[in-house]
Design a protein around this ligand. Structure first.
Ligand code: SF4
Length: 318
């Protein structure tokens, strides 16, 4: 019903392939004053690195411990070194080069860096290309878009617009990197039309993969303060599923779905309270109930209205 990650990676790399999360970088331009100082309103203190149980170890040890765990738990045979927390391209080139090389050990097939769209200059792309060639590995670059709605981007203090996202994705694609977008589907300030527009934009720019997230609220964040004052009402799981279904049906079927929903940290004050297996079941039921699947409504590129009106008659006359 949608293009799942595990079989895609298995086919690409010839075995069970597991991402190993690495925490090293500790800030981002939206926190250190370069773009902003308070960060995105939902960002928790580990910059999304809370799930990495080895995050206090050095980079190479995190990788080796992660591999050990993935071999035992998932019988994985291939590994992707995934720099996950904060902005993982935001450091001097010499430091990036040193740190990126540390987790590339035996059976690592790719280096995956998660970053902001406004922190991906050509210099970093060149460095990643150099490492890719020298170490014979693939490069994945994950860009946080979060929402396609400019008003939402301002209200969450994101510090960049959709234009920076498009620019960064097109740049990464010029280097033949695999590009992945992060989107949050249930901002109360977005509507389902924003999610459909987002699916269309991601398809039009040729993104390779998507991580779908749900909003969650953790203590000591600006969004938690607004939530406690009752300034907005989070959406429920039914609405998340409704939006996820609409998003998927409009998404190019080639795009790989890396995740259907976020796993919130235990300390979250609020989340949609839906586990990944439950989200999978409910989204699949939602698709089935309307007789659709990923890409059912992917019919809008390459001059769709001209094609609808004239393509058949053109064929007949030639
Ligand atoms: S979500 Fe990412 S970009 Fe936003 S403040 Fe946190 S680390 Fe920075």
């Amino acid at each position: 019903m949608y293009r799942e990650l595990a079989p895609y990676l298995r086919e690409k790399y010839g075995g069970r392939t597991q991402r190993i999360s690495i925490s090293y970088f500790k800030t981002c331009p939206n926190r250190d004053g370069t773009v902003g100082i308070n960060g995105c309103t939902f960002c928790e203190e580990t910059g999304s690195g809370f799930a990495n149980r080895f995050r206090n170890l050095d980079v190479k040890t995190q990788m080796l411990e992660g591999i050990k765990h993935a071999k035992k738990r998932y019988h994985a045979t291939r590994f992707i070194a995934y720099f996950q927390s904060f902005t993982n391209t935001y450091a001097p080139l010499s430091e990036l080069e040193e740190v990126y090389n540390l987790p590339i050990v035996d059976d690592v097939v790719a280096l995956d860096v998660s970053t902001r769209p406004d922190a991906f200059p050509n210099e970093v792309a060149e460095l990643l290309k150099k490492i890719s060639i020298k170490r014979e590995i693939d490069i994945f670059v994950e860009f946080g878009l979060e929402s396609i709605n400019e008003n939402t981007l301002v209200s969450i203090n994101r510090g960049h617009s959709v234009a920076e996202f498009i620019d960064a994705v097109l740049s990464a694609k010029r280097y033949n990197f695999e590009t992945i977008a992060h989107v949050i589907l249930d901002f109360p300030s977005d509507s389902i039309h924003d999610e459909i527009a987002c699916a269309k934009l991601l398809s039009a720019v040729g993104i390779d993969g998507v991580k779908m997230h749900s909003l969650y609220i953790v203590p000591n964040t600006p969004i938690a303060r607004d939530y406690s004052k009752g300034l907005f009402k989070p959406l429920n799981s039914d609405e998340y599923v409704r939006r996820a279904v609409a998003f998927l049906t409009h998404l190019d079927p080639k795009i790989v779905i890396h995740r259907l929903i976020s796993t919130p940290p235990a300390k979250a004050l609020w989340s949609v309270k839906m586990s990944a297996p439950e989200a999978k079941r409910r989204v699949e039921e939602g698709l089935k109930s309307i007789g659709k699947f990923q890409g059912s409504d992917f019919n809008y590129l390459n001059g769709a209205s001209w094609r609808k009106k004239f393509a058949n008659s053109q064929e007949r006359s030639t």
